[in-house]
Design a protein around this ligand. Structure first.
Ligand code: UT7
Length: 335
């Protein structure tokens, strides 16, 4: 949480496995040039995005989450039957209810788990990390499977150039267990400001604006964003959060091996890195390949960074995110 979270010296939990589930279909900037009035040059220079992956027809958030979960469990050498809790962070659940997490539970055979979703937009994975770490700290769970997954393409208006060039689909998962030494979650910081709920939102799909033909015509089932406003807040809040977690975990800039920002826009990533004085070679970037995958962006990045050898045993990573709500947060992890 915000200011109330105590400083922690010894970690309670650690990540013991990671995995991803990425759709095969690629949507390039050149494809988008044929759909809306945009250009590869504009998208690349304003966002850093070149491609994004899009779920196939009939492929849902739980499917991507299931693949990510199975890969993470395999990586962790953990049986699905040993999972106590499944937390799924998403703003694109398969259905209104039940939770996407229970579909994953069924698919992987995690018969002994409690399963539920959380919704904190692009910060969802960090909110989930705070919960998972707390459950393990309180000895309420031994093994937690935390997934961030989205099929944002399903809530994207592909006639709105302000948003359709930005988002992509995917899922990432991590398995957490009690830390045995000084490797693990050094701290998590989460904040929100509901006064700014109107700047990034999806009005439909809830009870306030039922799916009437009128609401459908008004495209209420699509995501809307005041891009410029969101950009300004994202830069400030991600910088604040990264600074706060580094202070709380007593980390100097030199001690940070990798900064893993939410992958929304290359300019926001660069501004965040500049604010905490982390040099470019220590900043993880894959927004060019995936676009903004909301709650999936950080777990996908963690998995890729590990596979690229950029997160080794002992590496210290700072994760930082910002999203609708507004919500924002950061975490520090010694791998
Ligand atoms: O993950 C949650 C957080 N989300 C974010 O962090 C996203 C935050 N926002 C952004 O990343 C940026 O604001 C955008 C990439 C969405 C937009 O970039 P911008 O530099 O803020 O552009 P803008 O919205 O100020 O628009 C500049 C111009 C406008 O034209 P006029 O009014 O100056 O004539 C837009 O209509 O660019 C136009 N524009 C486009 N042009 C070509 C907007 N979208 C496009 C497009 N292609 N796709």
């Amino acid at each position: 949480m915000g200011k109330t979270q105590p400083v922690k010296n010894k970690p309670f939990s650690q990540i013991i496995g990671t995995g991803v589930g990425i759709p095969q279909k690629v949507l390039t900037n050149f494809d988008l040039e044929k759909m809306v009035d945009t250009s590869d040059e504009w998208i690349k220079s304003r966002t850093g995005i070149e491609t994004r992956y899009i779920a196939e027809e009939g492929q849902f958030t739980s499917d991507l989450g299931t693949t990510a979960a199975l890969n993470a469990l395999h990586d962790a050498h953990v049986s699905a039957k040993d999972v106590d809790v499944i937390i799924f962070a998403t703003i694109t659940p398969d259905v209104g209810f039940p939770a996407t997490a229970v579909f994953v539970q069924k698919n992987i055979g995690a018969v002994n788990a409690a399963a539920f979703d959380i919704q904190a937009a692009c910060t969802g994975f960090l909110y989930g990390l705070e919960l998972a770490d707390s459950l393990i700290a309180a000895k309420k769970a031994k093994t937690v499977l935390l997934i961030g997954g989205e099929t944002i393409s399903r809530i994207t208006d592909y006639s709105d150039r302000n948003t359709c060039v930005l988002f992509g689909d995917g899922a990432g998962a991590v398995v957490l267990r009690a830390a045995e030494d000084d490797h693990g979650i050094l701290g998590v910081y989460t904040r929100s400001d509901g006064r700014l709920n109107n700047l990034l939102k999806l009005d439909g799909l809830g009870t306030k604006y039922p799916p009437t033909p009128e609401h459908y015509d008004q495209k209420m089932h699509f995501l809307r964003m005041e891009g410029r406003e969101v950009f300004k807040h994202a830069v400030t809040c991600m910088g604040d959060a990264a600074e706060a977690i580094m202070e709380r975990a007593s980390l100097s800039t030199e001690e940070v091996d990798l900064l893993i920002p939410h992958q929304a826009n290359i300019r926001i990533i660069e501004a965040t890195a500049k604010r905490v004085k982390v040099p470019p070679e220590k900043v993880f970037i894959n927004v060019n390949k995936y676009g903004n995958t909301s709650a999936a962006s950080i777990p996908i990045a963690i998995d890729e960074a590990r596979r690229q050898g950029r997160l080794k045993t002992g590496s210290v990573a700072v994760l930082v995110a910002f999203g609708g709500g507004f919500t924002w947060g950061a975490a520090a992890i010694r791998f």
